[in-house]
Design a protein around this ligand. Structure first.
Ligand SMILES: Cc1cc2nc3c(=O)[nH]c(=O)nc-3n(C[C@H](O)[C@H](O)[C@H](O)COP(=O)(O)O)c2cc1C
Length: 370
């Protein structure tokens, strides 16, 4: 029973029990030394709250809108490839959870089942994330399919100019693609010849302009890590600047995303909506990002651990726990709406733990997950 999961630690432990070692490493690992992955957590750990007292917090409102869509909590399901290795329903399980719980889903172009099947799985607003892995004719065909299936936005991921080296899965010789081929027919895969991580080494701003014009949909650029590029993105008319380093899975030795946020918020200056992902694991993380100017956050690993624990219901439970934590954090900080949270509630400090992908759960050192 998914209700039995009382913390997300238990969700993660159930996912670990259910998954084979290769899939676990694919989900949980990052690139090379995993420095970027750890810095995502470290950047949250280096921020502390400045709570205000004696505020009536009997009524806490965690809702917001993002691109005009209602959000029960400001946590988007980030695009995650090969979700069929976490749960048999793959991306359909994630979108059902998004619909049931009430958050926006961004569907990866490299997950099973097909983009049409995921669109049909639940009647909720969805955005499609496209890796640019084909020629222009292929791109046109993909955008036609995405629009015909009813997706309400397009997300282009731009931190994957080349697939990265992820040592955990390189060492175990495991690939989602091999696993995928063993279980499904190739024709239903969205991106012919595609691979997780994508390869878009020739894509430049000019191509982004062409795709944006062709699609005519609300447009997200995912993987922005500097104010310079955030400014350019706004100048190119994007609707959403998505601050991300791919969860530490692409360029190693980058900053944690929360270290970039304030400068990017300044550069965007309200001209686009801002999403932040990378290390979102607790309600307090969500609140810190919102206080420093993000309109929404997104989750990749926690989402996937939820799916690995118990499919749709495991993910719904993970989101419920995140929501509980957010309500507690808002109450104890002294803010009743997300709009009340501002930089004045945050200050810089030292981290107290060694950051890693499990360090949000105090009795779960990385070497002792179970
Ligand atoms: C297993 C896995 C697969 C991913 N696949 C994709 C993908 O297909 N497209 C994409 O844009 N980002 C992908 N990402 C990155 C996420 O969208 C997101 O940026 C990242 O996971 C956020 O960090 P977090 O895992 O700490 O929440 C993937 C992440 C994970 C963990």
């Amino acid at each position: 029973m998914t209700q039995d999961f009382v913390t997300n630690q238990e969700v993660i432990q159930a996912a670990h029990r259910n998954m084979d070692a290769g899939a676990w490493d694919y989900l949980s690992g990052g690139s090379e030394s995993e420095t970027t992955l750890r810095r995502n957590r470290l950047a949250f750990d280096r921020l502390a709250f400045r709570p205000r007292i004696l505020v009536d917090v009997s009524d806490i409102d965690t809702t917001s809108t993002f691109l005009g869509h209602a959000m029960r909590i400001p946590v988007i399901l980030a695009p995650v490839g090969s979700q069929q290795v976490f749960t048999p329903e793959g991306g359909a399980a994630a979108t059902k959870a998004a619909a049931e719980f009430g958050v926006l889903d961004v569907v990866s172009s490299v997950t099973e089942p097909s983009l049409e099947d995921i669109a049909a799985a639940a009647d909720n607003p969805k955005i499609f994330q496209l890796y640019l892995t084909g020629d222009w004719v292929w791109t046109e065909e993909m955008i036609a399919r995405i629009k015909a299936a009813g997706y309400e936005g397009l997300c282009i991921t731009v931190d994957t100019a080349r697939p990265s080296r992820r040592d955990r899965t390189i060492l175990s010789r495991w690939s989602p693609r091999a696993n995928f081929q063993a279980t499904t027919t190739r024709t239903s895969y969205q991106v012919s010849g595609g691979r997780t991580g994508g390869n878009a080494s020739t894509v430049t701003w000019e191509m982004i302009d062409r795709i944006k014009d062709l699609a005519g949909l609300p447009f997200m650029l995912k993987g922005i890590a500097t104010p310079e590029d955030a400014k350019l993105a706004v100048e190119h008319g994007v609707d959403v600047v998505w601050v991300s380093n791919h969860g530490g899975r692409q360029l190693d030795h980058g900053l944690g995303t929360m270290e970039m946020l304030e400068e990017i918020v300044d550069a965007v200056a309200g001209r686009a909506e801002i999403v932040l992902d990378g290390g979102i694991q607790r309600g307090s993380d969500v609140l810190k990002a919102i206080a420093l100017g993000a309109n929404a956050t997104a989750t990749g690993k926690l989402q996937s651990w939820g799916l690995g624990a118990a499919g749709t219901q495991g993910l719904v439970r993970a989101l419920e726990i995140l929501e509980d934590e957010l309500i507690v954090a808002m109450s104890l900080l002294g803010v009743t709406t997300l709009g009340d949270a501002s930089p004045s509630y945050i200050t810089k400090t030292d981290a107290v733990t060694q950051a890693h992908e499990m360090s949000s759960w105090i009795n779960m050192p990385e070497s002792r997950i179970l």
